[in-house]
Every structure is written in structure tokens, then in C-alpha cells.
Design a protein around this ligand. Structure first.
Ligand code: SF4
Length: 312
């Protein structure tokens, strides 16, 4: 039941007295003792103790020890107070410390991954940079297998950027419908190809700066195209790369762009593209999201297993 404020309780008092006319009369002294002491607007009780606005002082059994409230330390920020008062054992930023990974350990991890996944490559089927760009846009929230089923027919009907920029929205939506989010993807493909035609003569640019200026293209898509179509090293950060790099203690960041920038200095540049493929394959096969299979993982001697609470 909702707690009433002292003011509403005082308003209700006459009615209560009327209903309880048969009750034994209460002496004025007792009534005075029961009445709540007034509070000021800033929450300071008349007696000088802190009381939350809208609340009376908590009831205390007669003779029990006085309730003492801890006041915030002078100068403590709200976040610091929150961290200090968080549940014992719960995650707290103040408790974490991150040390940059040892380059020798990172090199060992790369070597093991290379041996474990010697055939690592882009799972999307493509023949030209444009086909890879479109396939990558389609792969958002969709499996590579499904995208590979759709793209052959798509590229047969619309072989270049001019054809894809000119195709009506509804027509393109019908072709790519099975990849999900087809309305947004169709719009992104048409607008991206219109940009390619207008700014790059229908070709896919070779720099990250130009690629991310295309509509519907972010750093992840741009790095996929650079690394796999042009063999220009690019670190692709997807959900698997995020999770596995965390567990390996390679980064403490949570944002994809920040993870990319934190991995850049510790992974040799020539291995950036393959490193992404390795982590994606490892995240799908062994370091799976729910229950990583640490007992069969070749990286276990070099993995701090950050954040892993359950494994098999
Ligand atoms: S040891 Fe476990 S947590 Fe570390 S990479 Fe292997 S599966 Fe993932």
C-alpha cells in the first residue's frame, strides 16, 4: 500500500476520529508523542538528522540502538558513491585494473590461431569489390550462408553499381527479403551505389576514409572490403571478435571502434585481416558465447579467461 505523507495523514485524522468514536480516549500527551516531527523542505529533520524528503523518521523500537546514517564522504562524486555502495562481489569499475597485453603473448596467440585455422578466409562469396561490399551490407543480422544463397541471383540481375542504384526499392526488397531487415538493406544498397556512381565512377574506393563516407557503410564493412577485396589490412570487429578479445585479455573496451583501436597497436598490421577471421572462427567453434569450451581450447595456457564464469 502506498505510504501517506504526514500532511495527508493529518488531513485524514478528523475522519478517523469520527469513525473511531468508540475507541478509548487518547490523552493529549500520547497524541503529541505519536505525531511526526516536522521536516523542512531540504530534508533536514527538525532534530538535525537527515530525513529523505516526503518521509518521516523511521520508527525505532524503544531502547534500541540509535540508527546512524552514513553521510557521503566530502568531495565524493555520485559515481564513486555508487561504486562504494554496490553489492559486495558485484562488478565495479573501481575494482578493475587492465594491463596492456604482453606482445610475446599476443604473438603466441596469433601463431596458435594460425595453426588452428590455416584456411581462414572471408565466408562471403564474391568476385569483385562491389559484390563483397553489397554482400557485407546484406550480412548484417544474417548468416553468411543465407547471403551466399541470395547474392548470385542479385548480381546476375544487377551486375554493377549503376544497375543497383537504379533498381526500384520494392523490386530490390523482393530479391533480398530472405536476408532480413530487407527494407533498410535495400535502401542502403541503392544509396551506397548512387554514391559510388556519383563520386567514384561506379568503383569501390580503396581507402577507409572514402569507404566510410558512403551511405550505409561503417568501419566494419569498410575493413571487410579493404582486407578481403584489396588485401589492405583491416581489423574487423564483430560480436565474436569483441567477446574473444575480451576473454583473452586483449582489450577492456566495449565499443567496436575503441576495440579496433586498442587491438591495432598489439596485433602486427600484416595480420589484422586474418586475426579477425581467426577470432570469428574461434568464437563460433570453441570460445562460444554461452559456455566456452576451454577444456579443448588450444589457447588455454595463454588465456586469462576474463569474465568467464562457466565453461566446459
Ligand atoms: S581458454 Fe576459454 S575463454 Fe580463453 S579463448 Fe579458449 S575458450 Fe575462450
Amino acid at each position: 500500500m502506498a505510504r501517506k505523507s504526514p500532511r495527508s495523514r493529518r488531513k485524514a485524522a478528523p475522519a478517523a476520529r469520527t469513525r473511531g468514536a468508540l475507541r478509548a480516549p487518547v490523552s493529549p500527551r500520547k497524541r503529541t508523542r505519536k505525531r511526526a516531527a516536522p521536516t523542512t523542505t531540504n530534508g533536514v529533520h527538525a532534530s538535525g538528522t537527515l530525513t529523505p524528503p516526503g518521509r518521516t523518521k523511521p520508527a525505532r523500537a524503544r531502547g534500541s540502538a540509535p540508527v546512524t546514517r552514513r553521510r557521503p564522504a566530502p568531495g565524493a562524486t555520485p559515481s564513486a558513491r555508487k561504486a562504494r555502495t554496490s553489492k559486495r562481489g558485484a562488478w565495479s569499475r573501481a575494482d578493475t585494473s587492465f594491463a596492456l597485453p604482453d606482445p610475446a603473448r599476443v604473438a603466441t596467440i596469433c601463431d596458435i590461431l594460425e595453426r588452428t585455422y590455416p584456411d581462414a578466409k572471408c565466408a562471403l562469396t564474391f568476385e569483385t569489390p562491389l559484390q563483397l561490399l553489397i554482400a557485407t551490407i546484406l550480412s548484417a543480422q544474417c548468416t553468411d550462408v543465407r547471403v551466399n544463397m541470395v547474392t548470385p541471383g542479385l548480381f546476375e540481375s544487377y551486375p554493377d553499381a549503376w544497375a543497383l542504384a537504379a533498381v526500384p526499392q520494392e523490386e530490390l526488397e523482393a530479391v533480398i527479403r530472405s536476408t532480413g531487415f530487407f527494407r533498410n538493406k535495400a535502401r542502403a544498397i541503392r544509396e551506397c551505389c548512387a554514391d559510388l556512381v556519383a563520386k567514384h565512377g561506379g568503383d569501390v574506393p580503396r581507402t577507409l576514409e572514402d569507404l566510410i563516407l558512403l551511405r550505409g557503410v561503417g568501419r566494419k564493412t569498410a575493413n571487410v572490403v579493404l582486407g578481403n577485396a584489396y588485401r589492405i589490412p583491416g581489423l574487423v570487429v564483430d560480436t565474436h571478435v569483441t567477446r574473444v578479445s575480451h576473454r583473452l585479455g586483449l582489450t577492456e573496451e566495449t565499443d567496436a571502434v575503441k576495440i579496433e583501436f586498442s587491438l591495432m597497436p598489439i596485433v602486427p598490421r600484416k595480420r589484422w585481416t586474418l586475426f579477425s577471421h581467426w577470432l570469428i572462427l574461434h568464437g563460433r567453434a570453441i570460445c562460444v558465447a554461452r559456455k566456452p569450451r576451454c577444456s579443448v581450447c588450444p589457447l588455454i595456457p595463454h588465456c586469462p579467461r576474463c569474465g568467464v564464469t562457466i565453461s566446459e
